[in-house]
Design a protein around this ligand. Structure first.
Ligand code: NDP
Length: 400
């Protein structure tokens, strides 16, 4: 039995909770070397007491100081590191073979890239890192001798439906298309909802999944599916025309792969992130995850329909960005992060989110991405354009 030594980036979030739940079920298989988050020092302290990592990292320096004080007072054998360099350090620890990347947003890219350069087994939930990293990210994974296993339920489903030897060559594997399922979020089945007046609480009330607030809003605008189209393009090296979105309200079929002979393989399970996390953590073995068994007879009906692209323009924005140039997905993601943050903080309407994204895509000037610096410049330009479109200045803490 292989024992994996783990760094968990985003330990205090929703994916962090699910991951540590699975890890705690298999104490003989996993050793937690490092836990990292942003500023929630109280929760990270509780996790440190329970999982005893060797290193704990907080991006926020004041929060890291508070954590270091308590760790010292309690005599815990844990080193506390801070800032972006602290995140990179825990993603690069020599004794760590597996890095689970579950920071939310573009801010997770540098640490995830560091893990790629060090040849780690990367279990990726942080889809924004791949959306903005694109080809650069995939090249770094290959050059660093790293491996990449998707945690996002749709991509993990596709990963499970592809042959284990899949070498990112769809034609060689006989893959015709991948079909990404989408729950549609809280608003797709309700054509009368007024997008000018929905509240953050309504947008975050996902029918099937309990997730962090940013991805919940992305799910409500269906930008989440757009980001996942871009994620699928890079993970599996399929063309945008080979990626189809199907609305499937029940979130039981997590995605499908269609082969040239007409076979369509799907992965099913209850909507519980512990299933893809356990699959990725344990592969090639299967681990008990705590997810309830699927009761098909009780479900009785599984439905599929096309998404309403007129009411949810974020889908077409994502396809257009993928077809445009390497900087377009970066701009789309950055503008979306700014707009979602503004919406969650009461500074923008729900309907402003696609508007700000479209505006940033139209008005950007940077289109070339040959390095991480180019990517960061395109990201910064789009954030400024999105703020201008929304007519507000940031308070300085909400979107880095
Ligand atoms: P949450 O908001 O619940 O958690 C976010 C995590 O990221 C927290 O640990 C937070 O720390 C940390 N974080 C935020 N900013 C920084 C920063 N600047 N530096 C270091 N850490 C930071 O998000 P989720 O767990 O829902 O999502 C995480 C990622 O996984 C996202 O990319 C999301 O799209 C993806 N994902 C999530 C799914 C889900 O079911 N939740 C499903 C599929 C993908 P702190 O608490 O200290 O702020």
């Amino acid at each position: 039995m292989t024992v994996h030594t783990l760094t968990l980036l985003g330990a205090t979030g929703s994916i962090g909770d699910s991951t540590l739940d699975v890890v705690a079920r298999h104490p003989d298989r996993f050793a937690v070397a490092a836990l990292a988050a942003n500023r929630n020092d109280e929760k990270l302290l509780a996790l440190c007491r329970r999982f005893r990592p060797r290193v704990a990292a907080l991006a926020d320096r004041a929060a890291a100081r508070r954590l270091a004080d308590v760790v010292a007072r309690e005599g815990l054998p844990i080193r506390v590191v801070a800032g972006d360099e602290g995140l990179i350090e825990v993603a690069s620890l020599p004794e760590v073979d597996t890095v689970l990347a579950a920071i939310v947003g573009a801010v997770g890219l540098p640490a995830t890239l560091a893990a790629a350069r060090r040849g780690k087994r990367i279990l990726l939930a942080n889809k924004e890192a791949l959306v903005i990293g694109g080809r650069l990210f995939m090249d770094t994974v290959a050059e660093g001798g790293a491996s990449l296993v998707p945690i996002d339920s749709e991509h993990n489903a596709i990963y499970q439906c592809l042959p284990p030897t899949y070498a990112r060559r769809p034609e060689q594997a006989g893959v015709r298309r991948v079909l990404l399922t989408a729950s549609g979020g809280p608003f797709h089945p309700h054509p009368d909802v007024d997008f000018d007046s929905v509240t953050p609480a309504q947008a975050c009330a996902h029918p099937n999944w309990t997730m962090g607030r940013k991805i919940s809003v992305d799910s409500a605008t269906m930008m989440n599916k757009g980001l996942e189209v871009i994620e699928a393009r890079w993970l599996f090296n399929v063309q945008p025309s080979q990626i189809e979105i199907v609305v499937h309200r029940q979130s039981v079929v997590h995605s499908l792969v269609e082969y040239v002979d007409g076979s369509v393989l799907a992965q099913l399970s209850n909507p519980d992130m512990r299933t893809p996390i356990a699959q990725a953590l344990g592969a090639p073995e299967r681990l008990e995850s705590g997810c309830a068994p699927l009761d098909l007879a009780r479900l009785s009906t599984l439905t599929f329909e096309l998404p309403d692209r007129r009411r949810f323009p974020c889908i077409d924005l994502a396809y257009a960005a993928l077809e445009a140039d390497a900087a377009a997905p970066i701009a789309l993601n950055a503008a979306n992060e700014v707009a979602v943050d503004a919406f969650l903080n009461g500074r923008a309407r729900f309907s402003d989110i696609p508007r700000a994204c479209a505006s940033a895509l139209e008005r950007r000037t940077l289109t070339r991405v040959a390095s991480l610096d180019d990517a960061l410049a395109a990201d910064a330009e789009a954030r400024a354009l999105a703020r201008a479109a929304l007519g507000y200045q940031p308070s300085g803490v909400e979107d880095q």
